[in-house]
Every structure is written in structure tokens, then in C-alpha cells.
Design a protein around this ligand. Structure first.
Ligand SMILES: C[S@@+](CC[C@H](N)C(=O)[O-])C[C@H]1O[C@@H](n2cnc3c(N)ncnc32)[C@H](O)[C@@H]1O
Length: 272
């Protein structure tokens, strides 16, 4: 097995492929002004007016949403359950998309979702096609500013953008941590710098919150740690499998040690 296949094997069975949580996805939806009417709402129109047109109370037109870098669809499922929406779930890994389709069927929301295998930097979308672009823990693959500037054209004027992005929680931090993230992702910055990037690119900030530790430890790292032993046994404790687990363990211990200094910020903005 290649390293890539091993990584896929470790992450495919997971509920999510990055830090996040159902409650946090719903909070971001609220801050975007698009939370649905409540119980039994999966078929209801969203309750708050969306400036891009769709979503006014009584407006039965489905919101057009792209969930970019969706993985196996943890956020896609919540969007589909909460909104009257047509969701395009995009990832460049077909294995994740097949799993997402299975999960959508099991949750009876498959009629609201189409999957699209595409790289996020070469999306085959039309200009002004979407009411909302959603991306949890994925925009770093093309870089925050490159991502928001490229994806903006796919949004209708007044359309909403929700992205989570690795963020410094203040300007002072330990040297070890600074070195690590500057080599992994030089675009890591404080939230105010991300808002400036949004404003530079024609977005009006609507909201921000920090993902709580539970989104990392209970929802992502904890379940991953429980899979390590079975994963290593399955792959005969090969050098490559051991290296993958070691790299994940290092990342987890860095988070446990320094989570007061960095984490994911969730940015909610509107195309002007
Ligand atoms: C950290 S995971 C987050 C997945 C999901 N949003 C979640 O929160 O569970 C990042 C996702 O981005 C996808 N990805 C990475 N590079 C990509 C690219 N260039 N184009 C499309 N998807 C990409 C990966 O396959 C993976 O599913």
C-alpha cells in the first residue's frame, strides 16, 4: 500500500476528517442567518432572509450550497438536515464521496446532495451559482486567501461564506509551536488578519467563533487514537503505517500542549 492509501484507510471510517462538531456547524448556520425552523424542519424553508434571495420565509426555492473539501460529509449531513437546499459536496477523493453517499442514504437526505469529484482549485462552477459556500477544515489545501478569492466568483451577490481555518489566538506563542506551524502552513495568522483578507477580497464579516477543544479531542483526535491499534495490526506494523501513526501522535500532542494558542476559527462572511 502507498502512503496515500494508508492515510485513506486510517481516515475513511471516521465520522469526520478534521476538527468540528454538529453543534458548531449549526452555530455557524445561525450566524449566517440561515438556521431552519426547528423540529421536523428538514423540508421547511429556512427562516431568516438570505440577501441573495433564497431563504425568505415562505420562499420555497432551495438554497444552492457547495460544501468544499467535504470528506465523508459530517457538515454536509447537517446542512442537508437543517436546510431546504441543493448541496454540491466536493472532494478530490472519490472514496470519501462514495462513503458520503452511503451516509446520506442512511440519514435519508440523499435527494438533497450531489457529489462532485474535483480539486478545489479547479471547480467547474458557474459565476454566481451559489447562495452559500461552506468549507470545514479544508481551505488550507489551497490557502485561505487564494481560496476565498477564487470561490467568491461562484457566490451570488449577498451570498454567504462559512470556512474554518487554523488560527493563532493571540500574537504571543511558544517558539516550538510557531516554528512548527510556520513550516506546515505559513498562512496561519490571527483572526483579525483573516478578517482583513476577507475584506480585501470583497466580503463583509458576519461572525466568528473558535472551535472548542471538544471538536478536536472528542470528535476528531480521540476517535482517531482509538483506531491506531487496529490500523497498525491490519498493516502488520509496517514502517509506513508506523510513520503515519507517529506523525498523527505528534500533531495530537502539540494540540494537547498548546491548544490555548491555536485552533480553528470559524469565519462567517457575506459577499458584498
Ligand atoms: C481535514 S479534511 C476535512 C473534511 C471535512 N470537511 C470534515 O470536516 O470532516 C480536508 C478534506 O479536503 C480534501 N481535499 C484536500 N485537498 C483537496 C483539493 N485540492 N481539492 C478538493 N478536496 C481536497 C480532503 O480529501 C479532505 O476530505
Amino acid at each position: 500500500m502507498t502512503e496515500f492509501e494508508l492515510l485513506l484507510d486510517l481516515h475513511l471510517p471516521a465520522e469526520r476528517q478534521g476538527p468540528g462538531g454538529d453543534a458548531e456547524t449549526k452555530l455557524a448556520l445561525q450566524l449566517a442567518g440561515l438556521m431552519s425552523d426547528g423540529p421536523g424542519s428538514s423540508e421547511s424553508a429556512v427562516s431568516v432572509r438570505n440577501d441573495s434571495g433564497a431563504g425568505a420565509k415562505g420562499d420555497t426555492r432551495a438554497l444552492k450550497i457547495a460544501d468544499i473539501g467535504c470528506g465523508t460529509g459530517a457538515s454536509t449531513m447537517i446542512l442537508a438536515e437543517q436546510l431546504n437546499a441543493e448541496i454540491t459536496a466536493v472532494d478530490f477523493l472519490p472514496e470519501f464521496l462514495q462513503e458520503l453517499e452511503k451516509r446520506a442514504k442512511a440519514r435519508k437526505v440523499e435527494h438533497k446532495i450531489r457529489t462532485l469529484e474535483s480539486s478545489m482549485d479547479a471547480l467547474p462552477f458557474q459565476e454566481k451559482e451559489f447562495d452559500m459556500i461552506w468549507s470545514e477544515g479544508a481551505i488550507y489545501n489551497m490557502g485561505f486567501e487564494a481560496g476565498i478569492s477564487a470561490w467568491k466568483s461562484f457566490l451570488k451577490p449577498g451570498g454567504k461564506l462559512v470556512v474554518s481555518e487554523i488560527t493563532w489566538f493571540g500574537e504571543n506563542r511558544p517558539e516550538e509551536l510557531d516554528r512548527h506551524w510556520k513550516s506546515e502552513y505559513p498562512e496561519i495568522a490571527v483572526a483579525s488578519a483573516k478578517f482583513q483578507a476577507l475584506e480585501r477580497n470583497g466580503f463583509r464579516p458576519l461572525g466568528y467563533f473558535k472551535l472548542p477543544d471538544s471538536c478536536w479531542l472528542d470528535n476528531y483526535y480521540g476517535p482517531m487514537e482509538k483506531r491506531f491499534d487496529a490500523f497498525l495490526e491490519k498493516h502488520d506494523r509496517s514502517e509506513d503505517a508506523l510513520a503515519i501513526v507517529e506523525a498523527e501522535r505528534n500533531e495530537i500532542s502539540l494540540y494537547r500542549k498548546y491548544s490555548e494558542h491555536f485552533g480553528y476559527g470559524v469565519y462567517i462572511a457575506q459577499k458584498i
